[in-house]
Ligand binder design. Structure first.
Ligand code: NAP
Length: 281
């Protein structure tokens, strides 16, 4: 049993609710493996308390935190500084407290890229579709435009949110972005052309495992790759359906570990023991 002292460094995960979070397990195993005097805590914060949570991290002497659903965008105005990765993605999933200042980063962005690299999926020149228009979608969209995707279409249940998220990236000038409600006719065209389709909604996440975003299988390119950011369950309904049709599939596990490894580096200055993280997961 490890001992916690007044010198133990504190990090944690801010979200609401926090039932599904795997990060405490992953990070605590990694700290223990490297003998680092850190502890990673669950920090459930209701949406109306988000400003107080940032102030609390500073006053309670935390070294930083991860940020998850539903706070990744809402927390941004309460931080003292934003790193380029957070500005690019328009969302924060990692906070570092540096000299009393809260600095927001986005390690989902690099975690997503790295997970595709590990699965040997190239982004350059590819037409892409993202289901969902929330915080994770922003990181994925930013990764696609920055890494040379040919086109990015954001499909969401609310067309105005899809268009607004697409609009955030339109000034980048790298790849054409579009946003549609997923019941609009245009979805048929973008789906038919897509090389990579990503689920960034919680549809299919435990315990609602029977849900999935609306995919028009009749028009999908047989060579298209399906990515689900969900990691619980490991094989979602979307990935099951895609596998049954012979598509290459990638789940959210690689992104989870890679975004955690990048946050670990920011807090500790050390390379994360990925194998330990995978085992703990
Ligand atoms: P978020 O900011 O809350 O965004 C969720 C998006 O999904 C929004 O566009 C939301 O639409 C939509 N949505 C939610 N419930 C829906 C439903 N029942 N039907 C249709 N659309 C729905 O969440 P997030 O941070 O982007 O996370 C999204 C998913 O990605 C989660 O499953 C999360 O676990 C996963 N994720 C995984 C990793 C990883 O490392 N593998 C990292 C980040 C996120 P509205 O705006 O209309 O509500």
């Amino acid at each position: 049993m490890r001992s916690i002292t007044g010198k133990t460094k504190k990090v944690g995960i801010i979200g609401w609710p926090l039932g599904h979070a795997a990060s405490p397990r992953i990070h605590n195993a990694a700290f223990a493996a490297l003998g680092l005097d850190f502890i990673y805590l669950y920090l459930p914060v209701a949406p109306e308390n988000i400003a107080g949570a940032v102030a609390g991290l500073k006053t309670l002497g935390f070294d930083g935190a991860n940020v998850t659903i539903p706070h990744k965008v809402a927390i941004m105005p309460f931080l003292d500084e934003l790193d380029e990765s957070a500005k690019l993605a328009g969302a924060v999933n990692t906070i570092v407290i540096k000299n009393g200042n809260s600095v927001g980063y986005n390690t989902d962005f690099s975690g997503f890229i790295q997970s595709l690299r590990l699965a040997k999926v190239d982004i350059a020149g590819k037409k892409t579709v993202i289901f969902g228009a929330g915080g994770a979608c922003r990181a994925v969209a930013a990764a696609f435009v920055r890494h040379g995707a040919d086109a990015v279409a954001i499909l969401a249940r609310d067309s105005s949110k899809a268009a607004a998220t697409a609009g955030l990236f339109s000034s980048f000038g790298f790849a054409p972005l579009s946003g549609y409600g997923w019941d609009e006719a245009a979805c048929l065209d973008v789906s038919a052309q897509a090389d990579i389709l990503v689920n960034s909604t919680p549809l299919g996440m435990s315990p609602n495992c029977d849900a999935m975003p609306p995919v028009r299988w009749d028009v999908i390119n047989p060579a298209a790759v399906f990515v689900d950011l969900i990691y619980n369950p490991r094989v979602t309904m979307l990935l099951k359906e895609a596998m049954a049709r012979g598509h290459k599939t990638i789940n959210g596990e690689g992104m989870l570990i890679e975004q955690a490894a990048a946050a670990f580096m920011l807090w500790t200055g050390q390379e994360a023991p990925r194998e330990v993280m995978y085992r703990a997961f």
